[in-house]
Design a protein around this ligand. Structure first.
Ligand SMILES: NC(=O)c1ccc[n+]([C@@H]2O[C@H](COP(=O)([O-])OP(=O)(O)OC[C@H]3O[C@@H](n4cnc5c(N)ncnc54)[C@H](OP(=O)(O)O)[C@@H]3O)[C@@H](O)[C@H]2O)c1
Length: 331
Protein backbone atom coordinates (compact mmCIF):
# COMPACT_ATOMS: atom_id res chain seq x y z
CA UNK A 1 0.00 0.00 0.00
CA UNK A 2 1.27 3.46 -0.90
CA UNK A 3 0.94 7.00 0.39
CA UNK A 4 -0.23 8.92 -2.68
CA UNK A 5 -0.22 12.70 -3.08
CA UNK A 6 -2.22 14.67 -5.65
CA UNK A 7 -0.87 18.20 -6.14
CA UNK A 8 -3.50 20.42 -7.80
CA UNK A 9 -6.22 18.23 -6.31
CA UNK A 10 -9.01 20.78 -6.85
CA UNK A 11 -8.35 21.25 -10.59
CA UNK A 12 -10.04 19.58 -13.55
CA UNK A 13 -7.23 17.02 -13.86
CA UNK A 14 -6.55 16.65 -10.11
CA UNK A 15 -10.19 15.82 -9.35
CA UNK A 16 -10.18 13.27 -12.16
CA UNK A 17 -6.95 11.76 -10.78
CA UNK A 18 -8.69 11.15 -7.45
CA UNK A 19 -11.64 9.58 -9.29
CA UNK A 20 -9.41 7.31 -11.40
CA UNK A 21 -7.26 6.25 -8.40
CA UNK A 22 -10.46 5.14 -6.66
CA UNK A 23 -11.96 3.51 -9.74
CA UNK A 24 -8.75 1.55 -10.47
CA UNK A 25 -8.58 0.49 -6.78
CA UNK A 26 -5.03 1.81 -6.60
CA UNK A 27 -3.43 0.39 -3.43
CA UNK A 28 -3.54 3.55 -1.31
CA UNK A 29 -2.59 3.69 2.34
CA UNK A 30 -3.05 7.46 2.74
CA UNK A 31 -4.25 9.97 0.13
CA UNK A 32 -2.76 13.45 0.57
CA UNK A 33 -4.33 16.30 -1.37
CA UNK A 34 -2.61 19.63 -2.04
CA UNK A 35 -3.75 22.85 -3.68
CA UNK A 36 -3.27 26.60 -3.22
CA UNK A 37 -4.09 28.65 -0.12
CA UNK A 38 -7.46 29.35 -1.77
CA UNK A 39 -8.55 25.74 -1.25
CA UNK A 40 -6.63 24.80 1.89
CA UNK A 41 -8.91 23.46 4.63
CA UNK A 42 -11.74 22.44 2.28
CA UNK A 43 -12.65 18.77 2.38
CA UNK A 44 -13.13 16.28 -0.44
CA UNK A 45 -14.99 13.03 0.11
CA UNK A 46 -13.04 10.07 -1.28
CA UNK A 47 -14.41 6.55 -0.87
CA UNK A 48 -16.76 7.81 1.83
CA UNK A 49 -13.96 9.49 3.81
CA UNK A 50 -13.34 13.22 4.17
CA UNK A 51 -9.85 14.29 3.10
CA UNK A 52 -8.74 17.83 3.98
CA UNK A 53 -6.95 19.83 1.26
CA UNK A 54 -3.50 20.94 2.39
CA UNK A 55 -1.83 24.16 1.26
CA UNK A 56 1.16 23.31 -0.90
CA UNK A 57 4.37 24.53 0.76
CA UNK A 58 7.86 23.29 1.60
CA UNK A 59 6.21 21.21 4.33
CA UNK A 60 5.45 18.67 1.59
CA UNK A 61 9.09 17.52 1.71
CA UNK A 62 8.55 16.18 5.23
CA UNK A 63 5.32 14.36 4.38
CA UNK A 64 5.69 10.56 4.02
CA UNK A 65 4.79 10.39 0.31
CA UNK A 66 5.57 7.39 -1.92
CA UNK A 67 3.95 8.59 -5.16
CA UNK A 68 3.04 12.17 -6.13
CA UNK A 69 0.84 13.09 -9.09
CA UNK A 70 1.42 16.74 -10.04
CA UNK A 71 -1.22 18.76 -11.87
CA UNK A 72 -0.93 22.35 -10.72
CA UNK A 73 0.93 23.94 -13.67
CA UNK A 74 4.53 24.02 -14.83
CA UNK A 75 5.98 26.49 -12.33
CA UNK A 76 4.66 24.51 -9.34
CA UNK A 77 6.13 21.32 -10.82
CA UNK A 78 9.49 23.03 -11.43
CA UNK A 79 9.54 24.23 -7.84
CA UNK A 80 8.62 20.98 -6.06
CA UNK A 81 8.93 17.91 -8.30
CA UNK A 82 12.75 17.61 -8.65
CA UNK A 83 13.45 17.73 -4.91
CA UNK A 84 10.67 15.26 -4.13
CA UNK A 85 11.99 12.83 -6.73
CA UNK A 86 15.53 13.26 -5.35
CA UNK A 87 14.08 12.18 -2.00
CA UNK A 88 12.94 8.95 -3.70
CA UNK A 89 9.29 9.86 -4.30
CA UNK A 90 7.87 8.62 -7.62
CA UNK A 91 6.68 11.86 -9.25
CA UNK A 92 4.41 11.82 -12.29
CA UNK A 93 4.13 15.31 -13.69
CA UNK A 94 1.28 16.41 -15.87
CA UNK A 95 2.74 19.78 -16.88
CA UNK A 96 5.04 20.43 -19.83
CA UNK A 97 7.95 21.45 -17.54
CA UNK A 98 10.09 18.31 -17.95
CA UNK A 99 8.64 16.56 -21.01
CA UNK A 100 11.45 17.33 -23.43
CA UNK A 101 14.35 16.78 -21.02
CA UNK A 102 16.37 13.92 -22.49
CA UNK A 103 16.86 12.09 -19.17
CA UNK A 104 13.17 12.23 -18.17
CA UNK A 105 10.88 9.48 -19.49
CA UNK A 106 7.80 10.74 -21.37
CA UNK A 107 5.42 7.84 -21.12
CA UNK A 108 2.23 6.46 -22.63
CA UNK A 109 2.04 2.93 -21.15
CA UNK A 110 0.60 1.28 -24.29
CA UNK A 111 3.50 2.70 -26.32
CA UNK A 112 6.73 2.98 -24.33
CA UNK A 113 6.33 1.67 -20.80
CA UNK A 114 9.64 -0.16 -21.28
CA UNK A 115 11.38 3.18 -20.79
CA UNK A 116 10.21 3.32 -17.16
CA UNK A 117 12.91 2.54 -14.63
CA UNK A 118 13.20 2.67 -10.83
CA UNK A 119 16.30 4.84 -11.37
CA UNK A 120 14.17 7.55 -12.99
CA UNK A 121 11.48 8.43 -10.43
CA UNK A 122 10.52 11.71 -12.15
CA UNK A 123 8.29 10.88 -15.11
CA UNK A 124 6.49 13.24 -17.48
CA UNK A 125 2.92 12.69 -18.61
CA UNK A 126 2.58 13.88 -22.22
CA UNK A 127 0.31 16.50 -23.76
CA UNK A 128 -3.31 15.35 -24.03
CA UNK A 129 -3.70 15.41 -27.85
CA UNK A 130 -0.33 13.71 -28.22
CA UNK A 131 -1.23 10.82 -25.87
CA UNK A 132 -4.28 9.78 -27.88
CA UNK A 133 -2.48 10.26 -31.20
CA UNK A 134 0.54 8.09 -30.35
CA UNK A 135 -1.70 5.30 -29.04
CA UNK A 136 -3.07 5.19 -32.61
CA UNK A 137 0.26 5.68 -34.38
CA UNK A 138 2.55 3.35 -32.40
CA UNK A 139 1.11 0.08 -33.77
CA UNK A 140 1.40 1.41 -37.33
CA UNK A 141 4.97 2.56 -36.63
CA UNK A 142 5.87 -0.91 -35.39
CA UNK A 143 4.47 -2.77 -38.40
CA UNK A 144 5.09 -0.36 -41.30
CA UNK A 145 7.36 2.46 -40.07
CA UNK A 146 6.24 6.08 -40.32
CA UNK A 147 7.42 8.65 -42.87
CA UNK A 148 5.24 11.63 -41.99
CA UNK A 149 2.38 12.61 -39.68
CA UNK A 150 0.05 15.62 -40.09
CA UNK A 151 -2.33 16.46 -37.23
CA UNK A 152 -5.33 18.74 -37.04
CA UNK A 153 -6.83 18.76 -33.56
CA UNK A 154 -10.34 19.68 -32.40
CA UNK A 155 -9.76 20.29 -28.70
CA UNK A 156 -12.38 20.57 -25.97
CA UNK A 157 -12.49 23.48 -23.50
CA UNK A 158 -11.79 21.16 -20.52
CA UNK A 159 -8.23 21.07 -21.89
CA UNK A 160 -7.90 24.62 -20.50
CA UNK A 161 -9.05 23.46 -17.05
CA UNK A 162 -11.97 24.98 -15.11
CA UNK A 163 -11.43 28.38 -16.74
CA UNK A 164 -12.03 26.95 -20.20
CA UNK A 165 -15.28 25.28 -19.16
CA UNK A 166 -16.40 28.53 -17.50
CA UNK A 167 -15.77 30.52 -20.72
CA UNK A 168 -17.96 28.11 -22.71
CA UNK A 169 -20.72 28.48 -20.10
CA UNK A 170 -20.30 32.29 -20.04
CA UNK A 171 -20.70 32.37 -23.81
CA UNK A 172 -23.88 30.29 -23.62
CA UNK A 173 -25.28 32.96 -21.26
CA UNK A 174 -24.30 35.72 -23.71
CA UNK A 175 -21.38 36.93 -21.55
CA UNK A 176 -17.88 37.90 -22.72
CA UNK A 177 -14.98 35.39 -22.39
CA UNK A 178 -12.44 35.79 -19.58
CA UNK A 179 -9.97 33.05 -20.55
CA UNK A 180 -9.88 32.89 -24.35
CA UNK A 181 -9.16 36.02 -26.45
CA UNK A 182 -12.40 35.55 -28.40
CA UNK A 183 -15.71 33.82 -27.63
CA UNK A 184 -15.46 30.02 -27.74
CA UNK A 185 -19.24 29.56 -27.63
CA UNK A 186 -20.57 29.28 -31.20
CA UNK A 187 -17.00 29.74 -32.44
CA UNK A 188 -13.73 27.93 -33.30
CA UNK A 189 -10.29 29.29 -32.35
CA UNK A 190 -7.17 28.26 -34.33
CA UNK A 191 -5.04 29.09 -31.31
CA UNK A 192 -4.04 26.94 -28.29
CA UNK A 193 -1.27 28.19 -25.97
CA UNK A 194 1.12 30.98 -27.04
CA UNK A 195 2.40 31.72 -30.55
CA UNK A 196 6.06 30.91 -31.25
CA UNK A 197 8.50 32.62 -33.62
CA UNK A 198 8.02 29.91 -36.27
CA UNK A 199 4.28 30.72 -36.52
CA UNK A 200 3.21 27.53 -34.77
CA UNK A 201 1.55 27.64 -31.37
CA UNK A 202 3.24 26.03 -28.37
CA UNK A 203 0.51 23.33 -28.33
CA UNK A 204 1.34 22.49 -31.96
CA UNK A 205 5.06 22.38 -31.20
CA UNK A 206 4.37 20.11 -28.19
CA UNK A 207 2.51 17.66 -30.44
CA UNK A 208 5.42 17.66 -32.90
CA UNK A 209 8.23 17.31 -30.35
CA UNK A 210 6.47 14.88 -28.00
CA UNK A 211 5.37 12.58 -30.84
CA UNK A 212 8.99 12.25 -31.95
CA UNK A 213 10.21 11.59 -28.39
CA UNK A 214 7.53 9.01 -27.45
CA UNK A 215 7.85 7.13 -30.75
CA UNK A 216 11.64 7.36 -30.49
CA UNK A 217 11.70 8.85 -33.99
CA UNK A 218 13.69 12.11 -33.80
CA UNK A 219 13.66 12.61 -37.57
CA UNK A 220 9.98 11.81 -38.19
CA UNK A 221 8.24 14.46 -40.28
CA UNK A 222 5.45 15.83 -38.06
CA UNK A 223 3.26 18.90 -38.43
CA UNK A 224 0.21 20.07 -36.47
CA UNK A 225 -2.62 22.60 -36.42
CA UNK A 226 -4.38 22.78 -33.05
CA UNK A 227 -7.90 24.18 -32.82
CA UNK A 228 -10.13 24.89 -29.81
CA UNK A 229 -13.77 23.95 -30.42
CA UNK A 230 -16.91 24.62 -28.35
CA UNK A 231 -17.05 21.08 -26.94
CA UNK A 232 -17.02 20.60 -23.17
CA UNK A 233 -14.89 17.45 -23.05
CA UNK A 234 -12.91 14.97 -25.20
CA UNK A 235 -10.51 15.90 -27.97
CA UNK A 236 -10.65 14.74 -31.59
CA UNK A 237 -7.57 14.63 -33.82
CA UNK A 238 -7.61 14.16 -37.58
CA UNK A 239 -4.38 12.30 -38.38
CA UNK A 240 -2.89 11.92 -41.84
CA UNK A 241 -0.12 9.35 -41.70
CA UNK A 242 2.32 8.30 -44.43
CA UNK A 243 3.76 4.83 -43.87
CA UNK A 244 7.28 3.74 -44.88
CA UNK A 245 5.87 0.87 -46.92
CA UNK A 246 2.73 -0.20 -48.72
CA UNK A 247 -0.31 -1.44 -46.82
CA UNK A 248 -3.91 -2.12 -47.74
CA UNK A 249 -6.79 -0.44 -45.97
CA UNK A 250 -7.85 -3.81 -44.53
CA UNK A 251 -4.34 -4.42 -43.14
CA UNK A 252 -4.18 -0.99 -41.50
CA UNK A 253 -7.61 -1.52 -39.92
CA UNK A 254 -6.56 -4.97 -38.67
CA UNK A 255 -3.43 -3.54 -37.02
CA UNK A 256 -5.48 -0.79 -35.35
CA UNK A 257 -8.20 -3.13 -34.14
CA UNK A 258 -5.59 -5.33 -32.40
CA UNK A 259 -3.73 -2.37 -30.85
CA UNK A 260 -3.69 -1.96 -27.05
CA UNK A 261 -5.92 0.88 -25.86
CA UNK A 262 -7.59 1.31 -29.26
CA UNK A 263 -11.27 0.79 -30.07
CA UNK A 264 -11.94 0.77 -33.81
CA UNK A 265 -15.35 2.38 -34.47
CA UNK A 266 -15.38 2.43 -38.21
CA UNK A 267 -18.39 1.51 -40.29
CA UNK A 268 -19.44 4.51 -42.39
CA UNK A 269 -22.25 2.50 -44.03
CA UNK A 270 -23.94 2.26 -40.64
CA UNK A 271 -22.85 5.81 -39.65
CA UNK A 272 -20.42 4.36 -37.11
CA UNK A 273 -17.57 6.72 -36.22
CA UNK A 274 -16.41 8.07 -32.85
CA UNK A 275 -17.41 11.47 -31.44
CA UNK A 276 -16.38 13.20 -28.19
CA UNK A 277 -19.62 12.06 -26.54
CA UNK A 278 -18.60 8.42 -27.15
CA UNK A 279 -15.23 8.94 -25.47
CA UNK A 280 -16.37 10.90 -22.39
CA UNK A 281 -15.72 9.05 -19.15
CA UNK A 282 -13.62 6.28 -20.75
CA UNK A 283 -9.89 5.55 -21.07
CA UNK A 284 -9.82 4.11 -24.57
CA UNK A 285 -8.73 5.81 -27.78
CA UNK A 286 -11.41 5.55 -30.47
CA UNK A 287 -10.48 5.44 -34.16
CA UNK A 288 -12.78 5.81 -37.14
CA UNK A 289 -12.97 7.17 -40.70
CA UNK A 290 -9.88 5.11 -41.61
CA UNK A 291 -9.35 5.59 -45.33
CA UNK A 292 -6.75 5.80 -48.04
CA UNK A 293 -5.49 9.29 -48.91
CA UNK A 294 -5.83 9.04 -52.66
CA UNK A 295 -3.54 12.03 -53.23
CA UNK A 296 -0.35 10.47 -51.83
CA UNK A 297 1.26 7.00 -51.77
CA UNK A 298 1.13 4.87 -48.59
CA UNK A 299 -0.96 7.50 -46.83
CA UNK A 300 -4.04 7.05 -44.63
CA UNK A 301 -6.47 9.27 -42.75
CA UNK A 302 -7.59 8.43 -39.20
CA UNK A 303 -10.11 10.19 -36.95
CA UNK A 304 -9.00 9.75 -33.34
CA UNK A 305 -11.09 10.65 -30.27
CA UNK A 306 -10.36 10.32 -26.53
CA UNK A 307 -11.32 11.83 -23.17
CA UNK A 308 -8.60 14.46 -22.72
CA UNK A 309 -8.97 14.72 -18.95
CA UNK A 310 -8.93 10.93 -18.48
CA UNK A 311 -6.64 9.21 -21.05
CA UNK A 312 -5.15 12.60 -22.00
CA UNK A 313 -4.13 13.36 -18.42
CA UNK A 314 -5.41 11.69 -15.21
CA UNK A 315 -5.83 8.08 -16.34
CA UNK A 316 -2.52 8.03 -18.21
CA UNK A 317 -0.78 9.35 -15.06
CA UNK A 318 -2.38 6.69 -12.86
CA UNK A 319 -1.54 3.99 -15.43
CA UNK A 320 2.12 5.13 -15.26
CA UNK A 321 1.93 4.85 -11.46
CA UNK A 322 0.54 1.32 -11.83
CA UNK A 323 3.47 0.40 -14.09
CA UNK A 324 5.95 1.83 -11.56
CA UNK A 325 4.57 -0.32 -8.73
CA UNK A 326 4.41 -3.38 -10.99
CA UNK A 327 0.65 -3.56 -11.39
CA UNK A 328 -0.83 -4.18 -14.81
CA UNK A 329 -2.09 -0.87 -16.19
CA UNK A 330 -5.88 -0.93 -15.89
CA UNK A 331 -8.14 0.49 -18.49
N1 LIG B 1 -7.12 19.87 -18.61
C1 LIG B 1 -6.44 19.01 -19.36
O1 LIG B 1 -7.01 18.32 -20.23
C2 LIG B 1 -4.97 18.84 -19.19
C3 LIG B 1 -4.36 17.84 -19.91
C4 LIG B 1 -3.01 17.62 -19.76
C5 LIG B 1 -2.29 18.42 -18.91
N2 LIG B 1 -2.87 19.41 -18.19
C6 LIG B 1 -2.03 20.18 -17.28
O2 LIG B 1 -2.39 19.89 -15.93
C7 LIG B 1 -2.20 21.04 -15.10
C8 LIG B 1 -3.49 21.39 -14.40
O3 LIG B 1 -4.52 21.54 -15.36
P1 LIG B 1 -6.05 21.66 -14.98
O4 LIG B 1 -6.75 21.63 -16.28
O5 LIG B 1 -6.44 20.68 -13.92
O6 LIG B 1 -6.09 23.16 -14.34
P2 LIG B 1 -7.10 23.80 -13.32
O7 LIG B 1 -8.45 23.18 -13.41
O8 LIG B 1 -6.96 25.26 -13.51
O9 LIG B 1 -6.50 23.42 -11.85
C9 LIG B 1 -5.28 23.92 -11.38
C10 LIG B 1 -4.92 23.26 -10.03
O10 LIG B 1 -3.66 23.76 -9.60
C11 LIG B 1 -3.78 24.30 -8.28
N3 LIG B 1 -2.89 25.43 -8.08
C12 LIG B 1 -2.83 26.58 -8.78
N4 LIG B 1 -1.90 27.41 -8.24
C13 LIG B 1 -1.37 26.75 -7.19
C14 LIG B 1 -0.38 27.07 -6.21
N5 LIG B 1 0.28 28.24 -6.22
N6 LIG B 1 -0.09 26.14 -5.26
C15 LIG B 1 -0.73 24.97 -5.23
N7 LIG B 1 -1.70 24.61 -6.11
C16 LIG B 1 -2.00 25.49 -7.08
C17 LIG B 1 -5.23 24.73 -8.21
O11 LIG B 1 -5.60 24.88 -6.83
P3 LIG B 1 -6.74 25.96 -6.38
O12 LIG B 1 -8.06 25.32 -6.72
O13 LIG B 1 -6.50 26.06 -4.92
O14 LIG B 1 -6.47 27.21 -7.14
C18 LIG B 1 -5.90 23.57 -8.91
O15 LIG B 1 -5.99 22.48 -8.01
C19 LIG B 1 -1.63 22.10 -16.05
O16 LIG B 1 -0.23 22.02 -15.99
C20 LIG B 1 -2.14 21.68 -17.39
O17 LIG B 1 -1.36 22.18 -18.43
C21 LIG B 1 -4.22 19.63 -18.29
Amino acid sequence: MYNVAVVGATGAVGQKMIEVLTEYEFPINELMLYASARSAGKTVTVNGQDVVIRELSDAIYADPIDIALFSAGGSISEQYAPRLSEQGVIVIDNSSAFRMQADIPLIVPEVNRVELSPDKPLIANPNCSTIQSVVALAPLAEVYGLTRVAYTSYQAVSGSGQKGIEDLERGARGEEPQNYPYPIYDNVLPHIDVFLENGYTKEEQKMIDETRKILNAPNLGVTATCVRVPVRNSHAVSITVTLDREATLAEVKAVLSDAPGVVLMDNPGELVYPTPLDANGTDDVYIGRVRVDESQPNTFHLWCVADNVRKGAAANAVQIAQCMIGQTATK
